[in-house]
Design a protein around this ligand. Structure first.
Ligand code: SAH
Length: 352
């Protein structure tokens, strides 16, 4: 049975489902989910992420994490963690770039938070030679200092969508029209979780809300507040969500999210304010990715790598640098938010 048939049967039996339930099924269904069955990343996949564009991204993230670790007195042991590592490229670059940092690798418990067993297997293969622990959710990480990176993780978390109706909200739901899955609106109901949004929205406005953000931020921020460490959260989105940002990508093109469940990547823009509100530790100002990478020295790193390159390899390298940093490319759309403990300085490249 296809995932479309499974979802249709579920809706026929129990009624319309929320967008969050639909996203969770499409992305993580154990047999048919997008992250279970596809190899979504890279030029040949449906989208390409910063670490897949250039090794410089992971190298600079690695040096940022290692510098923060030294600034906080090189605690031992500590967790070096990534949320949603995809193919494992980012962690591989982090580990390579930090090889020379005295005692960093010896003190690190490398922990990958990954829901897809298929991707966990790929990550183990790419990181063969390192002692890696996989956990399925952030609250399973060890209770010790935490130095964490999450790149394009939060945009994959299922969202609920609501349209304001007076003091109430109608939720976007997926229902059936004949044989087809269709979007519709549920009844107008009070939503205690959206209490604050009554202040900044008007009738008819749409807001999005990712229920998993609270528990995940609590797990990360709680460890950082209690034991020390930092978190780097990099994603596309902005300080507050307004409007419909639910999207499906296949072969680098937007497609109808309901057309072929499980076959396309489903994402939504990240509401960084919701992350900040849920974090029980200090947070930095939201900083554009391009600015963050420049502050960490991407231009010097790019120049030094360029000396060994000629012809098309050199052109690709220059294009990758531009793609990561230029405001018309990923430089402005992607934002960085840092997490750190009270009484410590913010992570390198970010300010309070
Ligand atoms: N960080 C990677 C890939 C991001 S894609 C990169 O930069 O290339 C999103 C990743 O998050 C995938 O590895 C996916 O399997 C994982 N993921 C999605 N939802 C998750 C969840 N709820 N819990 C844990 N991992 C999840």
């Amino acid at each position: 049975m296809s995932l479309r048939d499974l979802i249709r049967a579920r809706v026929a039996q129990n009624g319309p489902i929320s967008l969050a339930d639909y996203m969770a099924e499409c992305l993580l269904h154990p047999e048919h989910g997008y992250y279970t069955t596809s190899v979504p990343f890279g030029a040949a996949g449906d989208f390409i992420t910063a670490p897949e564009i250039s090794q410089m991204f992971g190298e600079l993230v690695g040096l940022c994490l290692a510098q923060a670790w030294m600034d906080q007195g090189a605690p031992k042991p500590f967790t070096l963690a990534e949320l949603g590592p995809g193919r494992g490229t980012l962690m591989a670059d982090v580990l390579r770039a930090t090889r020379g940092v005295p005692a960093f690798h010896e003190a690190a418990t490398v922990t990958l938070v990954e829901a897809s067993s298929q991707l966990a297997q790929q990550q183990r293969e790419l990181l063969a030679g390192f002692d890696i622990t996989h956990v399925a959710s952030a609250d399973e990480m060890a209770e010790q200092p935490l130095f964490l990176i999450a790149n394009e993780f939060f945009d994959a978390l299922p969202i609920r969508q609501f349209i304001r109706a007076g003091q109430r909200w109608r939720e976007t739901q997926i229902g059936l029209s004949g044989e087809d899955l269709v979007l519709g609106q549920g009844p107008a109901l009070p939503q205690p979780a959206l209490k604050d949004r009554l202040q900044d929205t008007r009738d008819g406005d749409m807001v999005e809300y990712a229920p998993a953000v609270g528990p995940i931020m609590d797990a990360i921020g709680g460890r950082i507040a209690r034991h020390g460490g930092i978190g780097l959260i990099i994603d596309y989105g902005d300080w507050r969500s307004l409007g419909d940002t639910f999207q499906a990508l296949k072969d680098h093109q937007p497609v109808d999210p309901l057309a072929d469940p499980g076959a396309a990547d489903l994402t939504a823009h990240v509401d960084f304010e919701a992350l900040a509100t849920a974090a029980p530790c200090e947070i930095t100002r939201l900083t554009p990715q391009g600015v963050f990478l420049e502050r960490l020295g991407i231009t010097q790193r790019a120049q030094s790598l360029a000396t060994g390159l000629r012809g098309s390899a050199l052109e690709a390298h220059i294009a990758a640098h531009r793609r990561l940093t230029h405001p018309d490319e990923m430089g402005n759309l992607f934002k960085v938010m840092g997490l750190f403990p009270a009484g410590c300085s913010p992570p390198p490249g970010l300010d309070q």
